[in-house]
Write a protein that binds this ligand. Structure first.
Ligand code: ZN
Length: 237
C-alpha cells in the first residue's frame, strides 16, 4: 500500500468502528485530521475518550504520530434539541414502531457529512473516512452504502469539488473489525481499541468485559460483545 500524499478527514466518535477507521486512514494518508460532534448526547463519555485515543494511538506508532493532525469538535446542539431519541433523552432503548431502535437520531449522519464536507472544503481536503457499516448494524438507514454514496455525489456537486467518502467497514462485521484492528496495528492496537474505544449507549465505563467497557446489555454492547466472541472463536479455529 503506497501512502497517498493527500489529507483525509476522519469522522471520529471514539467508538470501536471510527477508531479502527482512524488507524486505517493513518496507514494510507500523509496527513489525517479528525472531526467529532457534540450534539447533546446523553452521555458525553465518547467525547472524552476521543482525546485519549488520539494520544495513545500517536504514542503507539511513530508514523501515526507524524501523520495525525488537528482535531475538530463541532457543537451541534440544534440536532439534540430537535431529536427525541434514546441517545439524547432519558427514554428507554427499544424497538420503535418504525422498526428502528429508539436510539436512531434521524438524519444524524446526513448532517454530520454536511458539516464535515464544509470543513473539508475550507481546509482543501477531498477525502473523508467514516465507520458506517451495514453488515451487522442497528438498521440505521443513514449508515447504508447507498446513503453514503448519495451523500458523496451530493457533496461533490454541491461543493463543485470532488469528494470521496471511504467506508472501510461497510461490508465487514464486528468480528472482522476486531481482526482488522489487529492486522493494522498488531495486538497493541487491538488492546487499545478494546480498552479505550467506547460503544455503550448508556456511557457505562464501570464494568470491564473481555471486549471492553460497557453496561453489557444495550444494543451497542450486545453487538460489540457478539463480535468479539466471534473474533475470538475464529482465531481458535
Ligand atoms: Zn451498553
Amino acid at each position: 500500500m503506497t501512502l497517498a500524499t493527500d489529507t483525509a478527514l476522519v469522522l471520529f466518535s471514539g467508538g470501536q468502528d471510527s477508531t479502527v477507521c482512524l488507524a486505517w486512514a493513518l496507514e494510507r494518508f500523509a496527513r489525517v485530521e479528525t472531526i467529532g460532534f457534540d450534539y447533546g448526547q446523553r452521555h458525553a463519555i465518547e467525547l472524552k475518550v476521543r482525546a485519549r485515543l488520539r494520544e495513545r494511538m500517536a504514542a503507539l506508532n511513530r508514523n501515526w504520530k507524524a501523520r495525525l493532525d488537528d482535531d475538530h469538535l463541532l457543537k451541534l446542539d440544534t440536532l439534540g434539541a430537535i431529536s427525541d431519541t434514546a441517545l439524547t433523552r432519558k427514554t428507554a432503548i427499544e424497538l420503535a414502531d418504525s422498526g428502528l431502535p429508539s436510539t436512531f437520531v434521524p438524519g444524524r449522519n446526513l448532517i454530520f457529512f454536511c458539516f464535515a464536507g464544509a470543513l473539508a472544503y475550507r481546509r482543501g481536503v477531498r477525502h473523508m473516512v467514516a465507520g458506517m457499516c451495514e453488515t451487522d448494524y442497528s438498521g440505521y438507514p443513514d449508515c447504508r452504502d447507498d446513503t453514503v454514496k448519495a451523500i458523496q455525489v451530493a457533496l461533490s456537486l454541491g461543493l463543485d469539488k470532488r469528494v470521496t467518502i471511504h467506508t472501510p467497514l461497510m461490508w465487514v462485521d464486528k468480528a472482522d473489525t476486531f481482526a482488522m484492528a489487529e492486522q493494522i496495528g498488531g495486538k497493541a492496537f487491538l488492546d487499545l481499541v478494546i480498552e479505550d474505544s467506547h460503544s455503550c449507549y448508556l456511557g457505562d465505563r464501570t464494568k470491564r468485559h473481555d471486549w471492553g467497557f460497557g453496561c453489557g446489555s444495550c444494543p451497542a454492547c450486545e453487538l460489540r460483545a457478539q463480535g468479539f466472541a466471534k473474533f475470538v472463536s475464529r482465531k481458535k479455529t
